[in-house]
Design a protein around this ligand. Structure first.
Ligand code: F6R
Length: 261
């Protein structure tokens, strides 16, 4: 595994910047961000084969999952555990638009992780609160080594929309209109099909991860990224909570980083 990593041609960021405890690395484009992120995950597994990951869905990590699946080769993933950050609520658990289906398509169908090590929220759980409590307990007991995050244009992380408490744990939430809009690609571009509620791992739960990697690509993320790095630490911009964590790395492309360098 270490050998496989060393054989890869090195990819260097175009620029790096330390902002408080957050290390920003800017890459050429979203392809390079995805490649760098996949390598970051592989390096984590090389360092600790029993790593626990907290993983995102959305458009941004698609390339990371593809590159990871291509590279994983003979790497033994039998010790890896995964948790997902969030899930829609109130749609069948086998609905093609939910995050369980996304993860199955983008990662779990392409790599071999034991089913018992994969933790997903149930979009059809009969009791949402019980589902949240159970998931939070499992997550806390496992202890996350690396949380990989995207960021919403309004600064959300997971489905922790603006106004979410920094003390929040896994809980049911209402999805903001702009976030439903951003997710309609999973529902054949039908906004009315995107659920209005979800379950998300909370901000306090995310901050318990030993290490956090946030990915941001495209000019639409400029404002949220700038606020996260340089703005006030405020519940109005959930991602600003990352300023209080000791070990955060942010990978962006040039388009997202234009205003933050
Ligand atoms: C999804 C998640 C969200 C996304 C965010 C950005 O699991 O955690 O916070 O990371 O909405 O989404 P994209 O990547 O589609 O721009």
């Amino acid at each position: 595994m270490a050998a496989e990593l060393m054989e890869m041609e090195e990819i260097r960021p175009l620029a790096t910047k330390q902002v408080g405890s957050i290390r920003l690395e800017v890459f050429e484009d979203e392809q390079t961000v995805g490649e760098a992120a996949a390598r970051f995950l592989l390096a984590q597994i090389a360092e600790k084969p029993h790593s626990v990951f907290l993983l995102p869905t959305g458009r941004t990590p698609l390339i990371m999952y593809t590159r990871l699946a291509e590279k994983v080769g003979s790497v033994d993933l039998s010790g890896v555990q995964t948790f997902n950050l969030d899930e829609f609520y109130g749609i069948p658990s086998d609905h093609s638009g939910n995050y369980r289906s996304y993860m199955q398509r983008e990662l779990f169908s392409r790599v071999t992780i034991p089913a018992a090590n994969i933790h997903l929220l149930n979009s059809a759980a009969p009791d949402a609160l019980a589902e949240c409590q159970h998931y939070e307990n499992q997550l806390t007991a496992a202890g996350v080594d690396l949380a990989v995050l995207g960021i919403g244009t309004n600064g959300h992380i997971g489905f922790n929309e603006p106004g979410s408490s920094f003390q929040s744990r896994t809980r049911p939430v209402t999805i903001r209109p702009e976030t439903r809009q951003a997710n309609k690609f999973l529902f054949n571009d039908r906004l009315d099909a995107v659920p209005e509620t979800a379950i998300t791992v909370g901000i306090a739960s995310i901050l318990q991860a030993r290490r956090i990697l946030l990915l941001a690509t495209g000019s639409g993320k400029q404002q949220a990224l700038a606020g996260m790095l340089y703005g006030q630490v405020t519940e109005v911009l959930p991602a600003s909570a990352l300023q209080t964590h000791a070990d955060v790395v942010v990978f962006t492309d040039k388009a997202a980083a234009e205003t933050v360098l």
